[in-house]
Each structure stands twice: as C-alpha cells, then as structure tokens.
Design a protein around this ligand. Structure first.
Ligand SMILES: *Cc1c(COP(=O)(O)O)cnc(C)c1O
Length: 369
C-alpha cells in the first residue's frame, strides 16, 4: 500500500475528517484568500479571521437551531477541562447530581469531586455500563445545581436515545463523541459541550453551548480563562484562540450544512451506516458480540468482541492488512471498536461489513464446534 494512501480510519479520536474539508484546508493552507498569509499566521483580531470564528458560531447555531437565549463559546483544554470548569462555574456552593453511564461520566464525576459536592444519582457500573437509566430511576434533588450526563459513552458505545427530563434543574451534557450526529432539542439543556476531535474538527478547541442565565453563576474570583461569563463577554477571545482548529470547525460545519444538508440528513446517513454493522453482529449467531443493550446502542462507536482474544487479535491484524485501520478497543476495555463518525464514508462501513462477514466464515469458532 502506498505510504500516502488514506485508509478507512475507525479511530475513536482524533478521528476521520471529511475529505472535502481537508482539500479546502490544503488549497488555502499557504494563503487564506485575501489575507496574504495562512490562517495560522494572521491575527485572531484581523478582519480575515473574524468571519471564520463568527461563521463557525453561526453554523453551529443553524445546525442545532440554537435560540438567542444560548451562547456558543470556543475554549481550549479539551473535554477534560470541562469536567472541572462545569463544577467551578455552576456549583455555586450547591450539590450537583451525576449520572454515571460509562468511563467518561465516571471521570467527569471524579474531577468534580475535587471541586465541590456531588451526588451519584445513578451508576451503571454493576451492570457493566450497558444502558442508560430511565427517568424514574433518577432521584434528582430539588436544589441540585445541575444534572450531569454523557450523551454517548465513547468507550462503551452506549448512547441516550431520549434525554432525561430534569424539569427546572439544568441538564449538563458531554456530547464530545456524538454532537451533530443527529438533531437535538437544545432547549432541554443548560449546557452542552464537545471537544472537537471526534465529530467536529482537530483537537485543540472545545465548543460550549450554554444557556445565558447560567453565565450569571460564574463567580468573580474564578480565573478569567476558566470563567464562562468572562469568556462569553470577550466573545471567546480573552486571549489567542486556537485559530486553526476553529477554522476547521468552520469548514466541517459548512460541510454539514451545504454538502450533507443538515442534521436530519446526517442522522439518516448515520443510522443506515450503523445498521450495516449491527446487522452483521446480530446475524452472526453470537460470533460477534456488542457491549451495549440493543436499545442504547451508539450509532457513533461500536465496540464488539469475537469469541476469543486470539480471534480479536487476528481480526485486527487481517483488517489492517486490507486498509481498515484503528479498530482496537479502548486500552481500558480491550476488544474491538469501530468508530463511525459523521465523516466516515459509507464505503468504509461497507468494506468493514464485508470483511466481518468473510472473517466469520473463514475463522470459525472452534470452541462452539
Ligand atoms: C474523548 C472524550 C473525552 C475526552 O476528551 P479530551 O478532549 O481528550 O479531554 C471526554 N468525553 C467524551 C465523551 C469523549 O469521547
């Protein structure tokens, strides 16, 4: 295989980007039209960069139909920094309720514990993080600061189909691995955030959608760069933002709006792609097994296993040989995982599906005899 051939990349993150986005970035890499230099070499306060950061914000608003009562912020520090900024800004001395549905919400809880009072109102650990709770399993306190969820657990492949109803308590959501995979009703949330490197762009920028009244919770003594209110007042430019990452987010959201045609269309494409893989798994007589309960299966990340560790290993190796890359499961859980984000072409999913069918046929499970 040629050293420079692009393969089908099933990485969970940083992950595949749309080819038209990379081509556009490549075309304008040396000189952003009219700027005399690349987007990495001009002031973030220049008239050439301004439409990029504003355009990214406008695109995000259009895609998710975000009302004026919400602000869209760009920050650095990845999702992990939000694990801290959320309690720092929103707790205000109260207690927050955490719903632990997998590795990422568990990590978010452990970071929040460093900063204030939390309660775990549901934990799927005992059942191996295979599902999301129903509303009647969640005992949300009347004076809770917020309810924290992760919409799609990237490692376990468990995704909310219906978001919890938290009434007047703000719902805070880590949507890092499924933002823009489908339309959502933003008004059900107090805050939604996503690091870019799964479904949005390159690592280095995190998008935050926050209801404006929540900005008033940010205390004056929170350092500026960690302070939602100050970031909002400075239109995400307290200091130099990650210009190149924001530029790619602008191109990815242009692609979603203009090439794909919006999130309803993206959702239909994603459902069909995921079904191609899940149907092989379901029709394999137990040869392939997924992790999540059927009702909570993710359309973005599909962790699966074969009948033995040896077959997992052989699968990974054979897949690599035909150009299907990064199918290993997360190092904490092992097995395999196919991440099929928005930018994964259908052709890549079909190639994986066909490979899975062939592999099962050619490598029978001897233990089942
Ligand atoms: C990848 C991921 C994170 C961690 O993101 P970083 O930007 O590396 O901090 C957190 N939550 C979810 C759901 C993720 O998929």
């Amino acid at each position: 295989m040629s050293e420079t051939k692009r393969l089908f990349n099933f990485s969970a993150g940083p992950a595949v980007l749309p080819v038209p986005v990379l081509e556009k970035a490549q075309k304008d890499l040396l000189c952003l039209p009219g700027a005399g230099a690349s987007v990495m070499e001009i002031s973030h306060r220049s008239k050439e960069f301004e439409p990029i950061i504003q355009g990214a914000g406008t695109n995000i608003r259009k895609l998710l139909n975000i009302p004026d009562s919400y602000d869209v912020l760009f920050v650095q520090g990845g999702a992990l920094l939000q694990f801290a900024m959320i309690p720092m800004n929103l707790l205000t001395g109260k207690t927050a309720d955490y719903v632990v549905t997998g590795s990422w919400s568990k990590k978010a809880l452990s970071e929040a514990k460093l900063l204030g009072n939390t309660r775990t109102i549901w934990d799927g650990n005992d059942t191996g993080y295979r599902r999301k709770p129903s509303d009647d399993e969640l005992k949300i306190a009347d004076d809770s600061a917020y309810v924290y969820i992760c919409s799609n657990e990237t490692i376990e492949g468990v995704q909310y189909q219906v978001f919890p109803n938290t009434n007047t308590i703000p719902l805070v959501c880590d949507a890092s691995s499924d933002i823009f995979c489908r339309p959502i009703d933003v008004t059900k949330f107090g805050l939604i955030y996503a690091c870019a490197q799964k479904n949005l762009g390159p690592a280095g920028v995190t998008v935050i959608i926050i209801r404006r009244d929540l900005l008033e919770r940010s205390a004056h003594n929170i350092p500026s760069l960690l302070n939602y209110k100050k970031i909002s007042e400075a239109a995400s430019m307290l200091n130099t933002p990650p210009c190149f990452a924001i530029y790619i987010v602008k191109l990815v959201t242009d692609w979603l709006l203009n090439d794909i045609g919006g999130l309803d269309k993206m959702h239909a494409i994603n459902k069909e792609k995921a079904a191609l893989i899940y149907s092989v798994i379901d029709e394999s007589n137990g040869y392939y097994k997924t992790h999540a309960d059927k009702k909570f299966r993710s359309i973005m990340n599909i962790p699966f296993r074969l009948p033995s560790d040896e077959l997992d290993k052989k699968f990974l190796n054979d897949a690599k040989n035909i150009g299907l890359m990064t199918l290993a499961g997360h190092r904490s859980v092992g097995g395999l995982r196919a991440s099929i984000y928005n930018a994964m072409p259908r052709e890549g999913v079909v190639t994986l599906r066909d490979f899975m069918l062939d592999f099962a046929k050619n490598n029978p499970n001897n233990r089942l005899g």
